[in-house]
Design a protein around this ligand. Structure first.
Ligand code: AMP
Ligand code: MG
Length: 662
């Protein structure tokens, strides 16, 4: 039915009102209360067993104790190539009085059943792994005997001890013993033990099937081109992978637009097909929210919790539909994966028969103040570096919308709901996430640049690992002056002199030149207002036309100082738009959210934009002198001087500085 103009504007107004309405959560509960309610309803017992061939059982939990059905070794076995004999026959053997034993007419190879009993005064040749014959109680190595051709016989010049060089039946695995306990995760060693007992298959706990769904009109499947306003569905991928890590079997349903009918249908079939359903997105109450609406009509008992006093993760929704848990995670990637690990991963492990993951914690000093919201327990992702006297934890500057915050963090710390901040220099308990890697050889904190990746790559080729923590130039200066990093990349101009970075030098710090990055006036190719002009000329045009929109940079950045210098006090439209990176400036111009800005040439190039050079910016490195002698720091300086590295830096559009020898 075609809508008339009036109906159309009424519909738009309606949508705007809906979007603007910030519905309150019905009841926000504490994380502990949320967990209590969830655990009270959810069956956490291991799923029924299934029998799998050993190779397929890898990483599964054993469904029951495994009792050894056989002895290993199954018989008394020789450990060496030599002779089986009676120890009593060798008593007193010496160089001056060797003992002679006649050889029996048999050679016991592996897999052969001995036929002749070893009688007093005799011995039988036996191979490593051969069955000890009746009568024998010791083995001597072939190297310690002399063959006497005539007998044939052997001479021994040393006595043998009873039991020597024999592995007795059942000494490795005794029939009837509990070989492996239920719940043990099957690894290669367990596979070996099971095979040694003759198992071809074993009962393991069935993996829970966990449905993964994403919702959001903006979501695009990885592999497809990104449309304007679109973002890739990263939650679907990371949650599926985290399900595998927790011992589950993910069933990916894909990403759905925020469309109630289709999403409800998908959720119903997910509930039918799987043991657990995990949906991400559409959970914040208010605009565009629909997940909880759908969940509330899927079945009893329904929603247990919607809204947890937790940051990140407030809009988390926990529900039970019949006997199946259904969890709606917040859409923001860091919130999603954080709440997944807090609420879903333990449930998957339990149902997969695996023991709870032991929390590994370390104590670290937090050098900076971290503000926190009152009333919500706040979790802060941190990077750990080794300081002079213990570990130092730096909060990740990235918000809960970031995909990388969780992946790049070493752990997290919790700030109590009743605290409004964690003071600088507090000591905090950090819960580690993922595998603990060894501490990096070099810690780089400051401004990030694509060419820095080239130097870090050159360091890796030299066998040194580096940890880069992007905290901006000023953050790098602070970290270096506190001695918390080895190297701080900086690019700050002294407004008084126009000279880069020298004014940042302080006692204990040295400055090493890095490279020059050309800053310029950036615009869309083909924009006739700017095309063919100099940067100066383009700027004059931009300032003369109020319909032309600029994009600025954040205060504290070197580029902002440059922009303010160019504007001489002018405040053109768009001045208040102040993103924090060269890439963001280029993206705003490419996507026509702005018409011009100032950024470095590589960023303009990457977005296919026009570039009019203004002035080179100096990207240099502050070194902490006390750490200069470290091999990794020396390797870093060497990499900077290396012609191969310099060529790669040049290829990215930077001009490497002349390197004074240090
Ligand atoms: P929502 O919970 O739907 O309000 O989403 C909050 C934010 O998370 C939005 O910026 C979404 O674009 C983003 N988001 C939601 N789902 C996903 C997803 N599957 N992958 C990546 N980002 C997502
Ligand atoms: Mg959404």
């Amino acid at each position: 039915m075609a809508l008339n103009q009036k109906q159309r504007s009424a519909a738009i107004l309606d949508a705007v009102r809906r979007a603007a309405r910030q519905e309150q959560f019905l009841e926000v509960v504490s994380a502990a209360e949320a967990r209590r309610r969830f655990e009270a309803c959810v069956d956490r017992s291991p799923l029924p067993p299934q029998s799998l061939p050993l190779a397929a059982a890898l990483s599964r939990a054993l469904a029951a104790d495994v009792i050894a059905p056989v002895d290993a070794p199954p018989f008394d076995r020789s450990n060496v190539d030599g002779f089986a004999l009676r120890a009593a026959d060798t008593v007193g053997a010496s160089d001056s009085a060797p003992k002679r034993l006649l050889l029996n007419a048999e050679v016991i190879a592996c897999g052969v059943r001995p036929a002749i009993e070893v009688m007093p005064g005799t011995a039988t040749a036996i191979a490593t792994g051969g069955v000890i014959p009746r009568g024998a109680d010791a083995v001597v190595m072939i190297e310690q005997t002399e063959l006497i051709e005539g007998g044939p016989a052997i001479d021994l010049r040393r006595p043998a001890a009873s039991g020597q060089l024999i592995s007795y039946a059942g000494s490795d695995i005794a029939r009837g013993e509990t070989l492996l306990r239920r719940g043990t995760q099957v690894g290669s060693r367990e596979v070996g033990m099971l095979a040694a007992c003759g198992f071809a298959a074993i009962d393991v706990v069935r993996r829970p099937h966990v449905a993964v769904l994403s919702t959001g009109d903006e979501l695009v499947e990885p592999g497809q081109p990104l449309r304007p306003g679109g973002v890739y569905d990263s939650n679907g991928a990371i949650i599926a992978a985290a399900i595998v890590e927790a011992g589950g079997d993910p069933v990916s349903f894909g990403a759905f637009p925020d469309e109630e009918v289709a999403l409800e249908l998908a959720m119903r079939s997910a509930l039918d097909a799987c043991d657990i359903v995990v949906l991400s997105g559409g959970t914040s109450k208010g605009a565009g929210d629909l997940s909880h609406r759908i969940v509330s009509r899927l079945g009893k008992p329904g929603i247990l919790v919607h809204g947890v006093a937790l940051k990140p993760g407030k809009p988390l929704c926990l529900a039970m539909i019949g006997d199946k848990p259904l969890i709606v995670l917040p859409g923001f990637p860091t919130s999603a994966i954080f709440t997944f690990h807090a609420f879903v991963a333990p449930l998957i492990r339990a149902r997969a028969g695996l023991p709870p993951e032991a929390a590994r914690t370390v104590t670290a000093r937090v050098p900076v103040r971290i503000a926190s919201e009152l009333g919500r327990e706040e979790f802060v992702l941190v990077s750990l570096v080794a300081g002079e006297d213990g570990l130092i934890a730096f909060p990740s500057g990235k918000g809960s919308g970031a995909v990388t915050a969780f992946s790049q963090a070493d752990g997290f710390l919790a700030i109590d709901a009743l605290a409004s901040a964690l003071d600088a220099d507090s000591s905090a308990e950090v819960t580690l996430i993922g595998e603990t890697e060894r501490a990096p050889d070099l810690v780089i904190m400051g401004s990030h640049d694509v060419a820095l990746d080239v130097v870090v790559g050159a360091l890796a080729e030299r066998g040194f690992s580096a940890r880069t923590i992007a905290v901006g130039s000023l953050g790098g200066v602070h970290a270096a002056s506190r001695g918390e990093c080895d190297v701080a990349p900086v690019h700050l101009v002294d407004p008084a002199t126009g000279i880069y970075n020298k004014h940042l030098l302080a006692p204990g710090l040295a400055l090493v030149p890095g490279w020059r990055r050309m800053q310029g006036f950036v615009f869309r190719r083909g924009d006739e207002r700017f095309e063919g002009r100099s940067a100066d000329g383009a700027l004059k045009v931009a300032l003369a036309d109020a319909s032309i929109l600029m994009v600025n940079r954040n205060a504290g950045s070197g580029t902002r100082v440059l922009v303010d210098g160019l504007l001489c006090g002018a405040r053109p439209p768009g001045y208040a738009n102040q993103p924090r990176s060269h890439n963001a400036v280029a993206a705003a111009i490419a996507q026509k959210r702005a018409d011009w800005g100032v950024a470095i040439e590589p960023a303009a190039r990457m977005y296919g934009l026009g570039f009019l050079p203004i002035a080179p910016e100096h990207y240099d490195f502050l070194l902490v002198k006390a750490r200069c002698e470290r091999p990794a720091v020396q390797a870093f300086l060497e990499a900077l001087r290396d012609e191969k590295t310099r060529a790669r830096v040049r290829a990215l559009g930077m001009e490497p500085a002349h390197q004074p020898s240090i």
